[in-house]
Design a binder for this molecule. Sequence first.
Ligand SMILES: [Zn+2]
Length: 218
Amino acid sequence: MMMVLFGPPGAGKGTQADLLSQKYNFVKFSMGDILREEMALKSSMGTQLKKYVNRGMLAPDEIVLRLVENFLLKHQDSDILFDGFPRNVNQARNLHKIVNRFGLSLDIALEMHLSEKELMQRLVNRMYCPNCGRIYNAATNPPKVEGICDACGYTLEKRRDDDENIIKKRLEVYAEETRNLTHFYQSQNIYSRVNANQSQAEVLKKISKIVDAHIDKK
Ligand SMILES: [Zn+2]
């Protein structure tokens, strides 16, 4: 089975992806983890990536897609969960093509939905580690020691663009990208949606129902 988990940053995708992987034995494609691994390898791709991550920017599509391809080469025989990827329709189309090339197809595209107000709240509290790229949230996912990265001990920073006006603009971008992804996956007949503004256990229960229904169908 192949499943995509999408939704805005701060919706809790990472946590659900971990819980689902444990429960259903998914191999997880987490863009954050894969970028960190690549950077740790100090490959030429990793060095390029570090420039983006250090500025708190997203990696370019072209590099991202090469990482997906490498991942599928290794894990095409397993059940795979894409966590926070694709982010936009362009990536979704490319993912579709790559997956088809491997003779596979996506089974479920699940949106974790948050209201704009909720999302704003979560984004205002976001911090990242300028050294390893890990992301924290003062409200929902704080580091063990305030202001310090759990993984590498660096001092956390707020993204320069994390003030309310710029966040508002980013929210509009997310909303539009999400709408487009929704339409794309509806047209593929694999779209589902879960309200992410509930406890982790509740969200997991709702997602599990969708996964179970799919397993039963097979
Ligand atoms: Zn760090």
